[in-house]
Ligand binder design. Structure first.
Ligand code: TRP
Length: 334
């Protein structure tokens, strides 16, 4: 039987190059080989946007457009809208009994995110427990593989723990999934920060116009120790070269730039110009496919409806099995 992929994104805005390198690229590469489900996690997005639920609907469309733009084929890949699969909520509740508060407390991703958000009115339980609902996302679709960015690894670990407990306690019906990281664990932000993130304002978005990309590239951080273009510069840890390595298909050009940078015979402007050209070459087909789908909103809607229908049918089969395994499939309900 074909192995299955489940992964997803919170629809909090358009996707950026960090999403591409971390996960989207793997999804596109593996879509022929794996039975692929991709979740637009709007309920998870609500956990810290519950005061602005109106932003979800437009963002669902934005994320769907990004998926289609990078080349996910809707004939193969099922794009599923999380809130339209209520079985996920049920499974989350069952899983809550299998996780201790102490385990959540130790979750490094959760800790980071709580720190970042600085919840002034107190930490909502919904946010605190989102790793449990993410475990439900992954297991209800019986996924073998979860392509994600590095920051999500503790979520997969948490899922594996829940699956082991469930299978031991009730019946071996759930699959222990594996995480799959992208070609780079983490793409740095344009400011040289550890990661590209909307909240840090250091992103290049997949749908950005050439002008926006140029502006971002030209203002990128480089080697802080280099004052003049004739100073020998550092290539390692320099985000401009990290991006060249990932996005510039002309390896000879990249090698030449690195050599001259180290010697101090090339200026930042030339290195950035060439990066802009490379990035633009990479983004151009994505941009035009995005525009094409954006001009056909009915078609995009159909793709989401169809993907969600198939996803929900699978979730319904799993939840039946779960109830059966937990012996809560009573005679009165049959
Ligand atoms: N937490 C993920 C993120 O913030 C999104 C997500 C929700 C997800 N459900 C998932 C990722 C299931 C992988 C599998 O990017």
């Amino acid at each position: 039987m074909q192995k299955r992929i489940l992964t997803g994104d919170r629809p909090t805005g358009p996707l950026h190059l960090g999403h591409y390198v971390g996960s989207l690229q793997n999804r596109v590469r593996l879509q022929d080989e794996y039975d692929t489900y991709i979740l637009i996690a709007d309920i998870q997005a609500l956990t810290d946007n519950f005061e602005h639920p109106e932003m979800l609907e437009t963002n669902i469309t934005q994320v769907a457009l990004d998926y289609l733009a990078v080349g996910l084929n809707p004939e193969k890949v099922k794009i599923v809208v999380q809130s339209m699969v209520p079985e996920l909520t049920e499974l989350t509740i069952y899983f809550m009994n299998l996780v201790t508060v102490a385990t959540l407390e130790r979750n490094p991703t959760l800790k980071d995110e709580i720190k970042q958000r600085n919840f002034t009115k107190g930490l909502p339980v919904g946010f605190y427990t989102y790793p449990i609902s993410q475990a439900a996302d992954i297991t209800i679709f019986k996924a073998d593989l979860v392509p994600v960015g590095e920051d999500q690894l503790p979520m997969i670990e948490q899922t594996r723990e829940i699956v082991r407990r469930f299978n031991r306690l009730y019946k071996k019906i759930l699959i222990e999934p594996r995480a799959m990281l992208g070609q780079m664990a983490r793409l740095p932000g344009t400011d040289g920060g550890a990661k590209m993130s909307k909240s840090l304002g250091n992103c290049i978005y997949l749908g950005d116009s050439p002008d926006q990309v140029r502006k971002r590239v030209m203002s990128m951080f480089t080697d802080p120790t280099r004052i003049h273009p004739t100073d020998p510069g550092h290539v390692e840890g320099n985000p401009v070269f990290t991006y060249h390595d990932v996005f510039n298909p002309d390896k000879a050009e990249v090698e030449d730039l690195k050599e001259r940078y180290r010697k101090g015979t090339v200026g930042d402007v030339e290195v950035k110009e060439k990066l802009f050209n490379a990035l633009n070459g990479f983004l151009e087909p994505i941009r035009s496919r995005r525009a094409e789908y954006a001009s056909k909103p009915e078609m995009v809607r159909e793709i989401l409806i169809e993907g969600t229908r198939t996803g929900r049918a699978l979730a319904q089969r799993t939840i039946e099995e779960v109830r059966e395994a937990m012996k809560i499939r009573y005679a009165i309900a049959r």
